[in-house]
Ligand binder design. Structure first.
Ligand SMILES: C[S@@+](CC[C@H](N)C(=O)[O-])C[C@H]1O[C@@H](n2cnc3c(N)ncnc32)[C@H](O)[C@@H]1O
Length: 267
């Protein structure tokens, strides 16, 4: 199995086998919420359309695809002997938030991902990355993981796009795997975060509607999410596979328990 080079909240690396067996065959895999690319890296389609609304993420993927080892070396240069200090972290975070140089910004994105608290990716209302220093003993540079991503990226296109636009581009022969931000486990939990991200119940329902529509045109859609009364209702027309998973990325230690997840297969 190929590991992604970024830590990513909601990353699906540990669920890859289960997702792989739920995905039907097809020519091209479309991922409207690609995140770290854990699913893409472990599938065998002949081509991929990979999208996310996070521009920093997609710029980074495009630089890696286009420049390969040269860009990997450049990213590694930020994992120097001064990298793991609080002072340097905040200087580099400031540089990330102010520079207009996309190549520098992308390399700093990798640096921040490995040195910030829990590998989180959060922005304030002005769009500034604001995750604090992570205090890790020895953050490792993910060289091998970046190489694997680079090698696989030749058959992929990466685009900054909202899921609605990406899904409208699907054609017969495509398979769509959707991993949206999770619906909250209860109506109150992380409700604020969801409205901040701009991905609330309305967007979740829109995604489910589009899945019904596309599957009726012969384009299968598979959606990952929490197993809750809300998702069971939204995915009524799908075949549901449920399972328990252990959570690792979480900002609250006490919420790292087991939660129920599902895969909704619209075909
Ligand atoms: C749960 S993560 C995907 C994780 C990914 N499957 C992985 O294994 O790393 C959800 C992703 O959706 C993206 N996202 C949030 N709102 C979006 C939108 N409206 N359109 C497209 N992507 C969006 C986030 O930037 C995030 O990367």
């Amino acid at each position: 199995m190929t590991k992604p080079f970024l830590k990513w909240a909601g990353g699906k690396f540990r669920l890859v086998n289960m997702i792989r067996s739920a995905l039907p065959e097809g020519q091209r895999l479309i991922e409207p919420f690609v995140g770290s690319g854990a699913v893409f890296l472990n599938m065998d389609y002949s081509s991929y359309m990979l999208a996310d609304s996070n521009k920093h993420l997609i710029d980074l993927f495009n630089l890696l695809k286009n420049e390969g080892i040269e860009f990997i070396d450049y990213c590694q240069s930020f994992f120097d002997e001064i990298a793991n200090s609080e002072l340097v972290f905040y200087q580099r975070r400031e540089l990330f938030n102010t520079t207009q140089d996309v190549r520098l910004k992308s390399a700093l994105f990798v640096y921040l991902n490995r040195h910030c608290f829990n590998g989180l990716c959060r922005y304030n209302s002005k769009g500034y990355f604001n995750v604090p220093f992570g205090r890790y003993k020895l953050p490792m540079f993910p060289r091998q993981e970046m190489m694997s991503f680079y090698q696989k990226s030749h058959n992929a296109i990466f685009q900054v796009s909202d899921f609605v636009k990406t899904m409208k581009m699907a054609q017969k022969g495509d398979v769509i795997y959707c991993d949206p931000p999770y619906v909250p486990l209860s109506a109150t939990s992380s409700f604020t975060n969801y409205t901040h991200d701009g991905f609330g119940f309305q967007e979740q329902n829109k995604l489910a509607e589009m899945a019904v529509e596309l599957s009726s045109q012969g384009i299968p859609v598979i959606i990952s999410n929490h197993h809750t009364p809300f998702t069971l209702n939204a995915y009524q027309k799908a075949k549901i596979e449920s399972f328990d998973v252990q959570r690792f990325i979480s900002s609250k230690v006490d919420s790292r328990g087991k939660v129920s997840e599902l895969l909704a297969v619209f075909s």
